[in-house]
Design a protein around this ligand. Structure first.
Ligand SMILES: [Zn+2]
Length: 375
């Protein structure tokens, strides 16, 4: 194993932080990038990375890795240090309020521009050549703040990978994942192995999350190609990127983390990154649905949130999934689902404000548009 340290732009002199990446196997061939807790207050991925590290070191020592696996065991040193009035706050950067998993730059135009000479001369740059251009485009991104330098460092590690697994969690949730609609055939075995209760698919979730910056760049490169040459797209979907939501933020145990780490390694084996017999694929316990069919339940009143025990259950439109209690009036307001679907995530706080989403229900029909991810 090789350790790399990537220095971030210090906010002020004397406060330099570093991003650490662990490199297993051999570089130069196929590559997997796994990162944990880009939202720094989402700890299940950190424990999964702890178990992955041990397993990957053993596989590496036995020379069972085909290609390179890069593990970023703590993807957000900036957010990890944020604590306000005793509480860890790792979803947004406190200085400017930006979500750490948004605003990853689409470098397809810059990479395509650098390949134009070769394309205009009649060539079709190879995937490997395009990856070099993508890496150069990321390296040229500005890093004038600590947050920008973190985004550049993370994207630089992932942009030339064949596979990117971004480990997150929700507040209280069952296992689920997000990926691009076009990648579903390649991701479906992972959904089975990890036991995803639902897989949420979109081509453009809005907000430029990390996984889409890595995977959709190939779709956009092909669009540039088509616009420029008028001929069909030459490149495959060369990066399979997935955001894995490892249940809820308090679902942190060695038993769960070891199960998840083994499922991830089984998927890597299935995809040919590990030299071992292919795993048997269990039956799916969930299905794929449009992210545009995931509808939040929003409370119109503040008060005490009392969930019904429906997490992981199918609910019908109109079903009461929680109550909000007003201690002053003595009234209780029933919160109902808008759609039929799987109640896959819900709020973990029990005092809520008016206007807050308190649960998410995944329906089967796309009914929303625009920004599809929560803030
Ligand atoms: Zn997250």
């Amino acid at each position: 194993m090789r350790t790399e340290k990537h220095l971030l732009t210090p906010c002020v002199p004397g406060t330099t932080r570093e991003l650490v990446s662990l490199h297993f196997g051999r570089s130069g061939g196929r590559k997997v990038l796994i990162q944990a807790s880009l939202h720094a207050d989402e700890p299940p991925g950190l424990l999964v990375a702890y178990h992955l590290r041990r397993e990957l070191a053993a596989l590496d020592a036995q020379q069972h890795l085909r290609g390179e696996v890069v593990l970023v065991p703590m993807a957000n040193p900036v957010g990890s240090a944020q604590r306000v009035l005793g509480r860890a706050l790792g979803r947004f950067e406190l200085a400017i309020g930006e979500n750490f998993n948004r605003r990853y730059v689409d470098v397809s135009a810059a990479a395509f521009a650098s390949l134009r000479g070769e394309i205009d001369a009649g060539g079709v740059p190879s995937v490997a050549r395009v990856r070099v251009a993508l890496s150069e485009a990321v390296a040229a991104l500005p890093a004038s703040s600590e947050l920008m330098s973190l985004r550049r460092a993370l994207l630089g590690l992932a942009i030339n990978a064949d596979m990117v697994l971004d480990l997150h969690c929700d507040t209280e949730a069952v296992m689920h994942l997000y990926t691009a609609t076009t990648l579903w055939p390649q991701v479906e075995p992972l959904a089975r192995l990890i036991g995803a209760r639902v897989s949420l698919l979109a081509l453009d979730s809005g907000g430029e999350p990390f996984d889409e910056a890595c995977s959709m760049v190939w779709t956009r490169l092909n669009e540039h190609w088509h616009r420029h040459t008028g001929s069909p797209a030459p490149w495959p979907h060369a990066c399979v990127a997935v955001t894995l939501e490892l249940r809820g933020e308090t679902d942190v145990s060695h038993d769960l983390a070891m199960l998840d780490a083994r499922a991830i390694l089984a998927y890597l084996t299935h995809q040919g990154f590990i030299d071992a017999p292919p795993p048997a694929l269990p039956d799916a316990i969930g299905d794929a649905r449009p992210l545009a069919g995931s509808v939040p339940v929003v409370t119109a009143h503040g008060g005490v949130l009392v969930h019904r025990p429906l997490l992981g259950q199918q609910v019908r439109a109109g079903d009461c999934i929680a109550e909000v209690i007003d201690p002053l009036s003595g009234e209780s307001t029933a919160l109902t689902s808008v759609v039929d679907g799987l109640l896959y995530a819900r709020e973990s706080v029990r005092i809520v404000h008016a206007g807050m989403p308190i649960a998410k229900v995944a329906g089967t029909a796309a009914v929303r548009s625009g920004e599809l991810l929560s803030v």
